[in-house]
Design a protein. Structure first.
Lengths: 126, 126, 126, 126
């Protein structure tokens, strides 16, 4: 398998929202936000995510590693260091990698585990 | 948190539509169109939105401010100066900022408040 | 309103499909494919659409005009010259304009008239 | 019909998932992932797809041919050489063509055959 390096180092996802647990009519309406990162390089990608909010300073970095030649989903619901992302809040995320990667934003339907309801390529900034 | 300036100054959203209140089978089918703007800069973004229609001259500018290092959702339903966007009408929007920003178009499900049904990165024009 | 010229002259939409009328469980499942074109210029945009198929030669051009400073939706279901697009068939479309425009592909829910279920920015080719 | 060559030679789709057959409440919830490839050239496009996983080495190439001036849908569910894509597994795909093509990722609703629920333009890498 020949070596490849596809994508960009900086990506932005302007739209994010994790519903409050008690807000919807039931668990079947709960969705999970995820960022999907493809690393085609022959070395690991070290990624830092910064989370922006409407009414307070950005929080981060959240540190992620995607091994060489792998793709991984990371659920924003599971982010916990430096802190959890509050439910019922609008947020955005900036994804910065030390090697080129491809980033997609997905919203997952909890009824179908990993089956995305919505998927948008992130904005490739540089 | 180091200073960043991510995105573009001009964005276009070709597809917009706010349903007429009485058109659908009920409020659970009513959606809300929003523009989501991420400002990663260390200064406020001053944004002007121009709304284009199928059968009359464009209207604007609608003036928005996104504070430094913040993300904000703006609902087209709430735009009222210089005038409201009529319901049941196709429109497009041009978003122009004095600093680089990232723009996403979302359609929100009123059953779930801020939970997007559809989300598309806007067209980055320059 | 100052003059603007936003977008590209060539766009491609790789994915298209108009369901066969009798295929779904009823009209509430029938969708309408549309191309949404924003012309921010101070002159009319003359657009030629070429439709590509899986098993025969491309058909076109379909001729569209978007007046200066207007946005318009065109339903593929209504295209009829040089010929109708057959139902139940996969197709793609190439959109070529004499001035820069912004093109979005939408799938409309017939229950809600113009309310898009799915919307994707087209591929800006040049 | 004049000759055209629209698109890019390398595309990436970061997000992919084929549900496990027995996972959902029934066939009406089963979706089919597809890659839609438009070849506007006057010669055939020879395409190699590499599939990336979360926990093992990438697999490929899967070989596809899109005839000159045609568009085709390929279902990931049907990929079988060098091997099937396992159900219930996250994957990504890298699409490499010998001529420029346009690539879109779609998720199809099995209730409506070819009627996409979700469609995202792939990431155009070069």
């Amino acid at each position: 398998m020949k070596s490849r390096s596809i994508g960009h180092r900086t990506w932005a996802i302007a739209e994010g929202y994790i519903p409050a647990e008690s807000h919807g009519p039931g668990p079947e309406m709960t969705s999970h936000e995820a960022v999907c990162i493809l690393n085609t390089n022959d070395r690991d990608a070290h990624v830092q995510v910064t989370v922006y909010y409407a009414d307070r300073e950005p929080v981060g970095p959240y540190e992620l590693t995607i091994p060489a030649r792998r793709v991984e989903h990371f659920r924003f619901n599971d982010f916990d260091r430096p802190e959890k992302i509050p439910r019922g809040t609008t947020y955005a995320s900036l994804v910065e990698s030390d090697v080129p990667v491809v980033v997609q934003h997905t919203r997952l339907d909890s009824r179908q585990a990993e089956n995305a309801l919505l998927s948008t390529i992130a904005f490739a900034a540089e």
